[in-house]
Design a protein around this ligand. Structure first.
Ligand code: UDP
Length: 484
């Protein structure tokens, strides 16, 4: 036996009782981050974890998991995907989100490398947890007899609403997309077709987006099951609906952001500028509005200017993260408002910001991770959804959980339009200084407690993960005894 083989045998025998889970996130921050949180959680529960990614995404993952006992393996990202500029390996780098479908479909070219990896990884992989967008990984998992779990970083509310309106043909009830209808299984909910994202906002949805969604769903239905980053207590009727309707077994294991150790009290000596600024605001007792729109969205210059004026005129202290390093909303703005607000251009630790005691409100695009992070930190949301399922997240926050306010859009009279500085100013004041804001904060505190209980030992999400682990463990034992 050569040294390499000996080493492999020793790894095998020392970890044969440990489950080895292979995690494979889609290449966007909103998908990678909850996978990293899941990795932390699985490590804490005694699992052996390997993360699969691509070279350009490796540094972000390695940095986020530094110190954790986890292996990271790179698969080459396919070259020559039609329409995708060379070197781009994540959706936040795409010149336009209209390239999403070619990008995500292009990942299918990774299948041979994926299969090579799952055959050669040591110790043997007991379960593959791959992104909901990687339906193609099911075929490979099945080929090698490994159970595949599909990981969903979205709410049950969204999944249930889409399922119900599709099943009952509600999207084609009215010619106008702004005409409200009642959602059959949730009669207290009124929805409009225009609240749905492409392709469901069409009278007769067809095309590559729909094909892709159906492909992912079919793969999930045929997988071992699905994992959802949410907690049952947050959205009970929708979880129950999903469990009744879904063809795949579902485990609700979130909110995963609680799996990562909190940095807020870590007392690091090297605090970033924004952290020192928040600490100063705390000393002065000036509540701060955190303004951020996730890792994907590019705000047009005209809208940036309205945000800047609206924030300034609200006189509320703000910390605003902009995506583009060159972005200056208005010439001289930063200098003028420096006592009131700060603009940050680098990647921030959003969780740490939301957990800071002086942050009392969050102007957010309502990406699901941002929503969960705000929920766990008990920060009420001023909801400004822009794309994908964000409108549903906002709707749920405002109508169901009641920890959010909708920012008023006026331009075209719909909820998808332009936000003027006057509307932004009044919404910010309502959230940060009005009675409504106080009421939302009170509810938010209760929801944050429920989130912590769900994720803690003995909570609903903790139990769900325990059940899943013991299922996979017994599958492994059956397989081992069969092979023995
Ligand atoms: N995020 C962060 N720092 C930044 C920008 C974003 O930590 O400077 C994180 C944020 O905390 C969240 C994720 O990126 O976990 C964004 O995911 P979300 O679902 O909210 O929105 P998306 O970016 O997918 O639109």
């Amino acid at each position: 036996m050569c040294d390499k083989e000996k080493e492999a045998m020793s790894i095998l025998s020392s970890s044969s009782s440990k489950l080895h889970l292979l995690l494979f996130p889609f290449m966007s921050k909103g998908h990678i981050i909850p996978f990293l949180q899941l990795a932390h959680l699985l490590l804490r529960r005694g699992m052996h974890v390997t993360l699969l990614t691509t070279p350009a995404n490796h540094p972000f993952i390695a940095q986020s998991l530094s110190g954790a006992d986890v292996s990271i393996l790179d698969l080459d990202f396919p070259e020559n995907i039609p329409g995708i500029p060379p070197g781009i390996e994540s959706t936040d780098k795409l010149p336009s989100m209209s390239l999403f479908i070619p990008f995500v479909n292009g990942t299918k070219l990774m299948q041979p490398f994926f299969e090579e990896a799952i055959q050669t990884i040591i110790p043997k992989v007991d379960c593959i947890i791959s992104d909901m967008f990687f339906g193609w990984t099911l075929e490979s998992a099945s080929k090698f007899g490994i159970p595949r779990l599909s990981f969903y970083c979205m709410s049950f509310y969204t999944m249930a609403l889409v399922e119900d309106v599709m099943e009952n043909g509600l999207l084609s009830l009215h010619e106008s997309g702004d005409e409200p209808f009642t959602v059959t299984s949730f009669p207290w909910i009124r929805a409009r077709r225009n609240e749905f994202d492409h392709p469901f906002n069409k009278l007769d949805p067809t095309g590559p987006d729909l094909d892709f969604i159906l492909e992912c769903k079919t793969a999930t239905d045929n997988s071992y099951g699905m994992l959802v980053n949410s907690f049952c207590e947050l959205e009970e009727p929708f979880v129950e609906y999903w469990n009744r309707k879904s063809q795949s077994k579902t485990w609700c294991i979130g909110p995963l952001c609680l799996a990562e150790p909190s940095k807020i009290d870590a007392g690091t000596s090297q605090k970033p500028k924004w952290r020192r600024w928040l600490d100063e605001k705390l000393t002065k007792g000036s509540p701060v509005l955190y303004v951020a729109f996730g890792s994907q969205i590019s705000i047009p210059a005209k809208q940036l200017q309205e945000i800047a004026v609206g924030l300034e005129e609200s006189r509320v202290s703000f910390l605003w993260v902009v995506r583009n390093a060159e972005e200056e909303p208005i010439h001289g703005f930063e200098d003028r408002v420096k006592k009131q607000g700060i603009i940050v251009r680098e990647w921030v630790d959003q969780k740490e910001i939301l957990e800071h005691e002086i942050v009392q409100g969050f102007l957010s695009h309502c990406g699901w991770n941002s929503v969960l992070e705000a929920i766990c930190a008990a920060v009420p949301i001023l909801a400004w959804p822009m794309m994908a399922e964000q409108r549903f997240n906002a709707k749920m926050l405002v109508e169901e959980i009641k920890i959010g306010l909708r920012v008023v859009c006026t331009d075209d009279g719909t909820s998808n339009g332009f936000v003027t500085n006057e509307n932004l100013k009044s919404s910010v004041i309502k959230l940060m200084e009005g009675e409504k804001g106080k009421a939302l904060k009170k509810v938010a505190k209760g929801v944050a407690e429920a989130a912590k209980r769900a994720a803690a030992e003995g909570g609903s999400s903790w139990h769900a993960l325990s059940r899943l682990i013991s299922e996979i463990q017994s599958q492994k034992e059956i397989k081992c005894s069969y092979l023995a």
